[in-house]
Design a protein around this ligand. Structure first.
Ligand SMILES: Cc1cc2nc3c(=O)[nH]c(=O)nc-3n(C[C@H](O)[C@H](O)[C@H](O)COP(=O)(O)OP(=O)(O)OC[C@H]3O[C@@H](n4cnc5c(N)ncnc54)[C@H](O)[C@@H]3O)c2cc1C
Length: 347
């Protein structure tokens, strides 16, 4: 069974993270007759795992859940088992460079492994920050699982027309999200700062500009802390506030900065990290160095971890592009040495 296989000592590609980007990269590597090892904590850590309905996935006119789409991608990768090994769950321990290779160390089912690869692809995604209620993150999950609370404006903004929306957040991102959601024509947008002073960390000029935007778009602000939610039977978001107030919205929207962008491994390998925490790369996903912006040989990034749009078609495209580039540049016969100019990527 693929889940209990022992990894080989060396692969052409080691791919860290097997969400939508990593799985596509593992599939493509196999289709190009190259070996790949996919290492993942588990599908439930993919950002889409709790997306109940996604409407922009080609081939699914009635939409598809993130969970189901991951299952389909995993099934497709498993058919590539001659080339691509998919290991989960694993604990990544370290990655370092040894000459022209990367050495990745990880633990799986209490055994420790070390594998070498010519190419390393980072596809670890990012992690949403979940609003805590009473110090715990669980309170909002049932509403998120039913798609009553959303996290991604460009994914789910189209579900908002004519509906009353509560945006949860207290930083500039929350104000900008509340204003931008107006694009889809909700009946109202209300900003809930959940006990935090609004824009407390923002410089005065930015704060004044954003407060003016809220006023211009008639967006009220509730600053009382949220102590609980109700209304799920009616598929609505009822919010109970600390000050005793209760308000019902058609939908909620969480607009908090990322919990994690998984930048540590990239940073250790010398990658440049953008101010938002993403791995900086060129259009083929080749990672740029922190020291002088030059390309770090053999190191690629794809999907949400990359500085770009956080969408599944983008995750797929960036993964395909990185693998095809690495094939032409590092792995195909006659390919250039790591630091050379390399042939053009094959069509
Ligand atoms: C609620 C919600 C709704 C969404 N709806 C849509 C939509 O409708 N359409 C759309 O296109 N996009 C949607 N998205 C965005 C989409 O989920 C992401 O763009 C996509 O998941 C990015 O793919 P990825 O492979 O880069 O990252 P992920 O899919 O997040 O995968 C990252 C993988 O890395 C693994 N990983 C992380 N850390 C480690 C570690 N230390 N060791 C080993 N493995 C690790 C995780 O287990 C995970 O499998 C939505 C997101 C959310 C949160």
């Amino acid at each position: 069974m693929a889940g209990f296989l022992r990894p080989k000592a060396e692969y052409d590609f080691v791919i860290l993270g097997a969400g939508h980007a990593g799985l596509q990269a593992g599939l493509k590597a196999g289709l190009l007759n190259h070996t790949a090892l996919l290492l993942d904590r588990g599908p439930k850590y993919s950002r889409s795992y709790y997306a109940p309905a996604m409407d922009n996935i080609p081939g699914f006119p009635d939409g598809i859940s993130g969970h189901k789409l991951l299952d389909l991608q995993i099934a497709q990768v498993r058919r590539m088992a001659r080339f691509t090994d998919y290991l989960t769950p694993v604990n990544l321990e370290s990655v370092h460079r040894e000459g022209a290779h990367f050495v990745t160390r990880f633990e799986r089912l209490k055994a420790r492994y070390s594998v070498r690869s010519r190419v390393l692809l980072l596809a670890l995604g990012v992690v949403d920050r979940i609003p805590e209620v009473g110090g715990k993150i669980d309170a909002i999950f049932p509403w998120a699982n039913f798609g009553i609370v959303d996290f991604c404006m460009i994914c789910d903004g189209h579900t908002l027309p004519g509906r009353s929306i509560a945006v949860i957040g207290w930083e500039p991102l929350a104000v900008r999200t509340a204003v931008d959601l107006g694009h889809w024509g909700p009946s109202s947008v209300t900003l809930l700062t959940h006990g935090h002073p609004l824009l407390a960390e923002s410089p005065t000029a930015e704060r004044e500009e954003l407060l003016l935007e809220l006023e211009r778009h008639h967006i009220p602000v509730r600053e009382s802390a949220i102590v609980g939610f109700d209304g799920i039977k009616d598929k609505r978001l009822g919010v109970l506030f600390e000050d005793g107030h209760h308000e019902i919205f058609d939908k909620g929207f969480s607009a908090l900065p990322w919990y994690s962008t998984h930048a540590e491994i990239a940073r250790q390998l010398g990658a440049r990290i953008t101010p938002d925490g993403y791995v900086d790369s060129d259009e083929d996903g080749r990672v740029r160095s922190a020291s002088d912006g030059s390309i770090l040989p053999g190191l690629y990034v794809a999907g949400d971890q990359r500085d770009g749009w956080k969408q599944i078609p983008e995750a797929w495209a960036s993964a395909e592009r990185a693998v095809i580039h690495a094939w032409g540049f590092y792995l195909s016969e006659g390919g250039s040495p790591p630091d050379g100019p390399g042939p053009s990527p094959p069509p």
